[in-house]
Design a protein around this ligand. Structure first.
Ligand SMILES: Nc1ncnc2c1ncn2[C@@H]1O[C@H](COP(=O)(O)OP(=O)(O)OP(=O)(O)O)[C@@H](O)[C@H]1O
Ligand SMILES: [Mg+2]
Length: 577
């Protein structure tokens, strides 16, 4: 964080200089007041008083101008700092791996990015401004007061240690309560974000009222915590305001005695009280400033926590560009479990030994939850694997720079995500500069062209948020085209054609045959028919490879694959009846 402060130190230093001048002028005004009153007392000419009055007006004008400038400088710098931090934080968030997002909820991350940055801005802007102001005011104001009347000064600042102890006590409570309030706000953001993203489900299951009630509960808790926070904030203001009045009364009594004794002029007492008022305002504010600092520092800690997160993919630490990927994949005793946040880890994949020659087509089948998606995600370096268990072209996956590897691996995931852009832009996600003709080619390969007559602007049709206006099968084909556009060495289809009817699937696979011959292709499917033509079929059960071989071999063995095949054949015959 200091790095950012250093970046804008010129603004802060200039702001500080302005503050020095502002405070000098501020402190000059009571002095002019004293001179004017004392002049009146001596019965000197009205002209003299008028001169002092004019001087006060001029000083006030100068003060307003310079104070505005100093605020512009420091508050402006704080805004630019937060702007920089926000950009850096976003870039950093994008660099974090899937495992980071699996551990955190989106609402929590959003809360850091929005609320915490606001708290940091308060710290660097009004926070720093107030602290500098108070420091300057005290270091010049106190000597002036002491010059006017040392005993009176002592009486005035006597209650201050008490004030500070009180402030310190209460501000610790404020800090705790502010944290709890912030956490609850994150909870609320998360709930709203989740419910609104899943609005169709909420409506389909008529849960509007239930969700609204649940949100109401969270909201009530937020209100409770906010009120507690407001109560301790109120306490601090009352505490400090009250003690401040005590010091004013003491000064008034003692000051009157000094005037009677002749050691203090009337003008002197007025100036003294004006100084006291000047100092007490910012002192009361110190309670608030302390809160700003505590909350700001808490926010900095939370943001730093995210910034300290690094990728746990060993490939992200591999340097240099890797060699071109040919596409041979080898699993050697691969074992994998998802990071489980401290709970006992359950292996999702075990003892996977598999050789996929470059250019081969491998079909992967198995029951739901048998680990098919996990297996292919490891090839795309979504999660980290142990050294020596996964090899690409004879090189340990962990020694290949992740971005380099991913540029040559394209995956059509089981669940597609489309951005709120045109279909063409969605297809060009991985290659924004691809020429239009290429996009049209892959759209044809993925059989999107079949649907084009139904789409108002063809490939330029905007896809609604998350592509809700497209059918599941249409979305899957957009995702397929997106992967094909990259011309990857390794193409992964994770049940990518599941929502597409058998005829269209056949047309797609027929069109892809040539493409697939030139690349290593991993095809996961629930339909046995989809993988019958693969060079090799792998059957997974509970994370283990229980069978592998060509379709003919597996059917002859009469194992799990043959059983699946028979079952699906019967289902199809029943359907066609
Ligand atoms: N992100 C995750 N975090 C923790 N566990 C996960 C995660 N993804 C999957 N799992 C678990 O890993 C196991 C294998 O899941 P996987 O998605 O690989 O199965 P699959 O064979 O692709 O199933 P399906 O046929 O339904 O797509 C399941 O038990 C699942 O609960
Ligand atoms: Mg899956």
């Amino acid at each position: 964080m200091l790095r950012y402060l250093r970046l804008y130190r010129r603004d802060f230093l200039l702001g500080l200089l302005c503050l020095v001048v502002t405070n000098a002028v501020t402190l000059l005004i009571p002095w002019l007041l004293k001179e004017a009153i004392d002049a009146l007392g001596r019965g000197s000419a009205l002209r003299n008083v008028a001169f002092h009055a004019c001087a006060i007006v001029v000083a006030a004008l100068v003060l307003a101008a310079i104070r505005t400038w100093s605020r512009l400088l420091i508050l402006g710098a704080s805004r630019r700092i937060v702007y920089d931090i926000r950009d850096d934080l976003y870039a950093h968030l994008l660099s974090l791996p899937a495992s980071f997002y699996a551990r955190r909820r989106t609402g929590e991350i959003m809360s850091r990015a929005v609320n915490d940055l606001m708290l940091i801005r308060s710290l660097f802007g009004p926070g720093i401004l107030s602290v500098l102001n108070v420091a300057l005011l005290y270091s010049a104001g106190l000597p002036l007061m002491a010059f006017l009347d040392p005993w009176l000064t002592l009486a005035a600042i006597l209650p201050y240690p008490l004030i500070l102890i009180g402030v310190f006590r209460v501000s610790r409570t404020i800090h705790e309560r502010s944290n709890r309030t912030q956490e609850q706000l994150a909870e609320i953001s998360n709930d709203a974000q989740e419910t609104l993203s899943g609005i169709n489900m909420v409506k389909a299951f008529v849960q509007e009222e239930g969700e609204s009630r649940a949100f109401g509960g969270l909201s009530r808790e937020y209100r409770r915590r906010s009120l507690l926070l407001a109560r301790s904030r109120g306490l601090i203001v009352t505490l400090m305001g009250g003690l401040d009045k005590v010091s004013t009364i003491m000064v008034l009594c003692l000051g009157a005695l000094h005037i009677i004794a002749g050691t203090l002029t009337k003008g002197g007492l007025v100036a003294f009280l004006a100084y006291l008022a000047l100092l007490s305002g910012p002192t009361v504010m110190m309670g608030w400033v302390l809160g700003v600092f505590q909350r700001g520092l808490g926010a900095i800690r939370r943001v730093e926590e995210i910034r300290a997160q690094t990728s746990d993919l060993p490939g992200d630490r591999a340097l240099g560009a890797g060699p071109d990927v040919q596409g041979a994949i080898a699993f050697r005793g691969l074992r994998f479990s998802y990071p489980n946040g401290g709970r006992a880890e359950r292996p999702v994949l075990q003892d996977v030994d598999l050789d996929v020659p470059a250019g081969a087509t491998v079909g992967i089948v198995g029951r739901v939850g048998s680990g098919k998606s996990t297996l292919v995600q490891l090839v795309a370096a979504v999660y980290p694997v142990a050294d020596g268990t996964l090899w690409i072209d004879g090189r340990d996956l962990n020694s290949i720079p992740t971005s380099h590897l991913r540029a040559q691996v394209a995956m059509v995931p089981q669940e597609t995500f489309l951005f709120s852009r045109s279909i063409a832009d969605n297809i060009a996600l991985g290659a924004p500069a691809a020429p239009r003709s290429r996009i049209e080619d892959v759209a044809r390969l993925a059989q999107i062209t079949r649907d084009l007559p139904d789409l108002p602007q063809g490939l330029d049709t905007l896809v609604g948020e998350r592509g809700v206006t497209l059918s599941g099968g249409q979305r899957q084909r957009v995702a397929l085209a997106r992967a094909l556009l990259l011309e990857p060495r390794i193409l992964i289809l994770d049940d990518a054609l599941s929502s597409i009817d058998a005829d269209t699937e056949e047309a797609i696979l027929g069109g892809l045959r040539d493409t697939m011959r030139r690349r290593t292709t991993l095809v996961i499917s629930h339909r046995v028919a989809t993988v019958l033509n693969a060079d090799c079929i792998v059957v997974l059960e509970d994370g283990r490879v229980v069978e592998s071989g060509s379709a003919a071999q597996l059917l002859a063995r009469d194992g799990p694959f043959a059983r699946m095949h028979r079952q699906q054949q019967i289902e199809r015959e029943l359907e066609s009846l």
